[in-house]
Design a protein around this ligand. Structure first.
Ligand code: NDP
Length: 323
């Protein structure tokens, strides 16, 4: 009987996914996704990777028998999928199963930012309510806001549907391509979108094509009543420009779940007024993370038992199993 397939798991990983990998495969742990940690045994045996990302070309090249990288998460900007495709290696992600959870978090972050709910709770807990009276009225409201979604994909649409239920029907979006059959206003440029709305929600993927797309010019276009929310990737924002825009009142408020260099949040963002911050918890419930773990591992199981992946990323859709 052949040995179970060796799956490399770099760094911390989801417990449910680890349990399933251990039952079906041979799990090979390394401390982090670093090619210098690849031993001769790993080089010879590893045929799959399960990871939260961080898989670069050097690590891919250090594993000559690698067939599949199962990314835990829908965003795979930290996996070099183009290099994997060139080497005939499949890359999978975990779309759909996290969409509703992330959209819920986006709405929570939007309301926290606009109605200052975390600060109001601190006011109660630190005794200010007793000492000083009612929490000050929030300067901003969700009522009457016009919404722009940067990245109208699966999650963007789930956010838009929620906003409609909140009574906000003025919704527009920017993608590289118009979405067929969607009635929301389409803007071919991000600047055009930012000029047309007072609330910009970014749920676009990371990577070179969106790097620092939300810059000083976009924030200026959003304007003094502007609110910026980022639930996509930190790399899409010029963080220094955002901190300056809040300090100078170029925009009114911002809420961030994601950062360029997680978990390090730059001091100017921590110090910026009217900023609501979350530690990348968009999909982070046990329920949704278990569903993501299942899809991540199901991709490995399907690949090694049937020779096909369930949810390949577009770059590797044409990659075929070697046997
Ligand atoms: P989708 O692929 O369904 O949607 C992405 C959308 O972004 C598409 O509509 C795409 O349209 C648009 N887009 C991509 N590149 C660009 C670009 N360069 N300029 C303008 N628009 C662009 O992905 P999901 O909705 O499932 O996920 C979106 C992202 O959300 C993920 O990639 C991930 O980074 C982030 N995310 C964050 C989470 C968190 O915890 N905070 C959790 C889950 C996801 P087009 O191709 O036409 O440009």
């Amino acid at each position: 009987q052949s040995l179970p397939v060796a799956i490399l798991v770099p760094g911390q990983f989801n417990d449910h996914a680890i349990g399933r990998i251990d039952r079906t495969f041979r799990q090979v742990k390394i401390e982090r996704a670093d090619p210098s940690l690849v031993t001769d045994d790993i080089r010879r045996t590893v045929r799959g990777i399960a990871s939260f990302g961080g898989i670069n070309a050097a690590l891919i090249d250090a594993l000559p028998n690698l067939e599949i990288i199962a990314n835990f998460g829908v965003g795979y900007d930290s996996v070099d999928a183009r290099h994997a495709a060139q080497r005939g290696i499949m890359v999978t992600n975990t779309p759909d199963v996290l969409t509703e959870e992330v959209a819920d978090t986006a709405l929570g972050l939007l309301i926290n930012t606009i109605r200052e709910l975390p600060r109001a709770e601190t006011w109660l807990r630190d005794g200010s309510w007793v000492r000083e009276g009612n929490y000050p009225l929030s300067r901003l409201t969700l009522r009457g806001r016009t919404i722009g979604i940067f990245g109208m994909g699966r999650i963007g649409l789930a956010i838009a549907r929620r906003l409609e239920a909140f009574g906000l029907s003025s919704i527009a979006y920017h993608n590289r391509r118009r979405v067929e059959g969607l009635s929301y206003d389409y803007h071919p440029t991000l600047k055009g979108l930012a000029s047309a709305v007072d609330t910009l929600i970014s749920v676009a993927p990371g990577g070179a094509s969106t790097e620092k797309a939300v810059n000083a010019e976009i924030l200026e276009a959003l304007g003094p009543n502007g609110v910026f929310i980022n639930i996509g990737r930190g790399s899409t924002v010029d963080e220094a420009a955002l901190a300056a825009a809040l300090a100078n009142k170029t925009i009114a408020a911002a809420g961030l779940d994601v950062f360029a260099d997680e978990p390090n949040v730059p001091q100017p963002l921590l110090d910026a007024p009217n900023m609501s911050l979350l530690p990348h918890v968009g999909s982070a419930s046990e329920h949704t993370r278990s569903a993501m773990a299942d899809l991540c591992v199901d991709n490995l199981v399907s690949w090694f038992s049937q020779g096909r992946a369930l949810t390949p990323v577009p770059e590797t859709e044409k990659v075929k199993a070697r046997r």
